[in-house]
Design a binder for this molecule. Structure first.
Ligand code: 13P
Ligand code: SF4
Length: 304
């Protein structure tokens, strides 16, 4: 079977089995083509709350599928590739943050959405990279404990100077690998290009960027800009999708270190197998986890 034959079978199975497919923008082009909704973490979580189908299939990483289950507990939610975790989400657990919270009793705990459902149960509000600054500004408390990404947290702290933000040393190992030498090299190779980066990059890289934003933010900025050439400082799939959608512009990878093995682990065949009942994993969360974790996601949607 070639790609289009597998895609045809997927589209047929989706209809037969009443499945809505959600795909994060880091997924491969052939997966985005068969998805009902695509976008960044924030858009997918809002889309997930409005889905009408009985079943949801997430092409992304585990915390994204958990977020769907929390928002749609009566639906059956599948993760297309059970091995697709998120290295950042796996760094901090409920036990650790419960201890930290005791040290900062007057702080509002803000959790990046890249956290486990279990950890979300003890946090006050969730944020995504596209909503973090707005939400932190809207919180009715000066003191914020921001977890787990210290790079996104540093970016938010600089945009919200009135807040007192405490950070822990977590983050995305893929984005955190990019350094200022990578930026200098790319700038030297493509002097006319604008540099667009994700706020999961380290502060010294973020400071060198022309634009900082979520995966969707970067895509929208590049599509709407009058500029013709861009260096993309997030997972390489974003530069690939942009090159496909905007053939009259040029997109360069900031560095080939920006490959997320978790996001890359989902294939079109995984999607097909999951729909066929031969793969994927049903996400199961107990009622209390769903109720408690939902509070901080609801807060994100209310304040965002
Ligand atoms: P977005 O919120 O921009 O989709 O980012 C998710 C992510 O995992 C980035 O590494
Ligand atoms: Fe997680 Fe980093 Fe991959 Fe995003 S790029 S899914 S934060 S490991």
């Amino acid at each position: 079977m070639d790609i289009s034959q597998i895609q045809e079978k997927i589209l047929k199975l989706k209809k037969e089995k009443d499945v809505c497919v959600l795909a994060h923008s880091y997924q491969a082009h052939e997966i985005l083509e068969i998805a009902d909704f695509t976008g960044d973490s924030y858009k997918l979580s809002v889309d997930a709350s409005k889905v009408k189908n009985k079943n949801i299939l997430m092409c992304g990483v585990r915390f994204m599928a958990e977020t769907c289950k929390i928002l749609s507990p009566d639906k059956t939610v599948y993760l297309a590739q059970p091995l697709a975790g998120c290295s950042m989400a796996d760094q901090m657990d409920k036990q650790l943050i419960s201890q930290v919270k005791k040290m900062y009793p007057d702080y509002t705990v803000v959790a990046y959405i890249n956290t486990t459902a279990e950890l979300k149960t003890i946090c006050d509000v969730c944020v995504t990279s596209s909503s973090a600054v707005k939400i932190v500004n809207n919180i009715d408390n000066k003191n914020i404990l921001f977890i787990p990404d210290c790079n996104l947290g540093d970016y938010v702290a600089k945009q919200c100077p009135d807040k007192n933000i405490k950070l822990l040393s977590g983050g995305c190992p893929i984005h955190a690998c990019v350094n200022t030498d990578d930026v200098k090299k790319a700038r030297a190779l493509y002097p006319d290009a604008e540099l667009l980066v994700h706020p999961e990059c380290i502060p010294s890289v973020v400071e060198m960027a022309d634009y900082v934003g979520s995966t969707s933010g970067i895509m929208n900025y590049a599509k709407q800009s009058d500029k013709k050439e861009f260096i993309i400082g997030t997972e390489i799939s974003i530069a690939e999708h942009l090159q496909y959608e905007c053939p009259d512009k040029k997109f360069h990878f900031l560095t080939l270190k920006l490959i997320c093995p978790n996001m890359k682990s989902t294939t079109l065949v995984d999607v097909y197998n999951c729909l066929n009942g031969n793969g994927g994993e049903e996400i199961k969360l107990d009622d209390k986890t769903i109720t408690d974790a939902k509070k901080c996601i609801d807060e994100m949607i209310r304040l965002g």
